[in-house]
Design a protein around this ligand. Sequence first.
Ligand code: LMR
Length: 331
Amino acid sequence: MKRFFTLGVVALAFASAQALAQQPIVIKFSHVVAEATPKGKGALKFKELAEQMTKGRVKVEVYPNSSLFKDGEEMEALQLGSVQMLAPSVAKFGPLGVREFEVFDLPYIFDNFDEMHKVTNGPVGATLFKKLEGKGIVGLAFWDNGFKVMSANKPIRMPADYKGLKMRIQSSKVLGDQIKALGAIPQVMAFSEVYQALQTGVVDGTENPPSNFYTQKMQEVQKYLALTDHGVIEYAVIANKKFWDGLPADVRGELQKAMSEATKFANDIAKKENDEALEAVRKSGKTQILTLTPAEKAAMKKALVVVHKENEARVGKDILAEVYKATGFKP
Ligand code: LMR
């Protein structure tokens, strides 16, 4: 009798171990933007490829629009393992203590995506990812969004037009200095709160690429958008290090392939997504799009490049020199 009981227990334990082994590995991928954006579509592409390439051994749950964690919560959630993957803007790593990422926020440092890719796919990108490891985070890829525009409810063509405006920014000191350099007042705020803050007048304006502007319906609460191209939104796709290192090697290999294909996909669509979003804003007729004259753009650049010197120590002299070398930027 005792022998049958023991056999029963062993069989049960074996069956549940079997069942567990057959359970898919779940990756919760949380982000703060809409699905119809370069990052939103990139995350869904990763889900599709990861599930396909691992033949269902991995299940990716994508949580867009801050539906799981919002700005200010998601990094800690990742470190705690409550979520396995994120793709925050590189402007949001300062609070984590890796402020060198703010080199991407320096105004006018990039003229085009090629220059940015020399940085993200070069030694600087690798150095920045290395700095994340001590935080229990592994860097997987850099995803593009696009060049930022400025928006407000008054015509903003020259630096003086920003005087006294409350401008929403991401949690970056470099971006704070950029807004102060225009005589405006920076206000750090979670992305999910921007629309309402613009609607109620808590802030007067903000900066973002057209894909975020349009998908967050900012045309409803912003009368003017200036094509400043003064900076970029770039993403770092990151994972919880313990989770990532703990994956079976073959599964991690397939996920890395899925990530590099999804990265190519996301970066290939980024510019088109932003061009189409800008056209949609224009068509909405709700926001006037201001194309700056060369003189106005030069005045903006002159007003903003002071921020580089002010933040040389913060982003790291070596990192800054590497980025200048890669982009040919002359301060
Ligand atoms: C923002 O907060 O404005 C952006 O970083 C949002 C995003 O992820 O594109």
